[in-house]
Design a protein around this ligand. Structure first.
Ligand code: ARG
Ligand code: MN
Ligand code: MN
Length: 341
């Protein structure tokens, strides 16, 4: 870890990162998102964390495929597609994340589709409760709110539901269908904050409203421009992302361990086109990086997920996939402090 970087005060080993590579696509219908971890690693992400940012990496750099966990038959249950597979994989992943977080290290999870956040958040929440007696907060950076319950979802894709499961808004008793989620795995809805939303289903809007969940949409990022502090440039409007991040962090409180779950589709398709559900009008690459840099600066970060990079979804495959992978690498490096001089 370089000297200028901020050591997270909630980690007993802030120089250490537990890496979990999750080659999993079962939370949605498009193949290719399972190839993201190896693409990110091959492009040099882990080597940079090790050699340039000077972190010590733990965990196997081989990608987990979890093939042993896939049930022979996995019919829909409560409208969910691949429910048994996603449940089993996220349960195993929660144990992997927990094991790293219990050691007091930062956990970096490379997905995979966003259903895997059921496992990562569950693992972090449980470890931080046990280690520090504290609740985590989650900053969910995404074009989507991923808070459908099985009943409200139109698609049946579990990558549109992880937030409902980790907050306990979606409940299920059967252990093979997420019933393994216990109170110690769950996130308090008051500790959840979204940034970047722009494609939220009507039923999801209702859930957000009814539960008073803090969310900053793209509209909020545009509208919260602040007045310039420099009298000589009275025409200049300071861009809204700074205020939005400030408000998001204020909502969480500055003494709370943070899990950052970053869906690459939060970034505008101009910079991150290779993803399963792209939505135009998104964050610039700099805004995405800025969110991560700001979270790093808090010194409260305990876990980062990067999800939904799908190298095989690109019109001009080589070029667009490479752009998206570059964007993803940049996001992770910013969260881990590379921007500080
Ligand atoms: N992680 C994602 N990219 N999620 C997209 C979700 C899209 C839609 N709201 C659904 O429920 O299916
Ligand atoms: Mn998304
Ligand atoms: Mn998502």
């Amino acid at each position: 870890m370089n000297t200028s970087m901020v050591k997270s005060k909630f980690l007993s080993n802030p120089e250490d990162i537990g890496v979990v590579a999750v080659g999993f696509s079962g939370g949605q219908g498009k193949s290719g998102v399972d190839a993201a971890p190896s693409a990110l690693i091959e492009s040099g992400l882990l080597a940079q964390l090790q050699n340039e940012l000077n972190y010590k990496l733990h965990g196997d750099d081989k990608v987990n495929a979890y093939n042993d966990l896939v049930p022979k038959q996995d019919p829909p249950y409560r409208n969910m597609k691949n429910p048994g597979t996603v449940s089993a994989v996220t349960q195993r992943l929660s144990e992997q994340v927990y094991a790293h977080a219990k050691e007091g290290r930062m956990v970096l999870t490379l997905g995979g589709d966003h259903s895997i956040a059921i496992g990562t958040v569950a693992g972090t929440a449980k470890a931080i409760r046990e280690r520090l007696g504290r609740e985590i907060a989650v900053i969910w950076v995404d074009a989507h709110s991923d808070i459908n319950t099985p009943e409200t979802s139109d698609s049946g894709n579990i990558h549109g539901m992880p937030v409902a499961f980790i907050t306990g808004l979606a409940k299920e008793e059967k252990p093979e269908y997420f019933g393994w989620l216990k109170p110690e795995h769950l996130l308090n809805v008051s500790k959840l904050v979204y940034i970047g939303l722009r494609d939220v289903d009507a039923a999801e809007k209702k859930i957000l409203r009814e539960n008073g969940i803090k969310a900053f949409s793209m509209f909020d990022i545009d509208r919260y421009g602040s007045l310039p502090p420099w009298p000589s440039f009275p025409f200049l409007v300071v861009y809204g992302i700074g205020r939005v991040v400030e408000m998001a962090l204020a909502h969480i409180g500055n003494d709370t361990p943070i899990h950052l779950s970053f869906d690459v589709d939060a970034i505008d398709p101009m910079w991150a086109p290779s993803t399963g559900t792209p939505v135009r009008g998104g964050l610039t690459l700099r805004e995405g990086d800025f969110i991560c840099e700001s979270v790093h600066l808090t010194g409260n970060l305990v876990a980062v997920d990067l999800v939904e990079v799908n190298p095989s979804l690109a019109a001009d495959r080589e070029a667009e996939a490479n752009e998206t992978i570059r964007a993803g690498c940049s996001i992770v490096r910013c969260a881990l402090g590379e921007s500080l001089l």
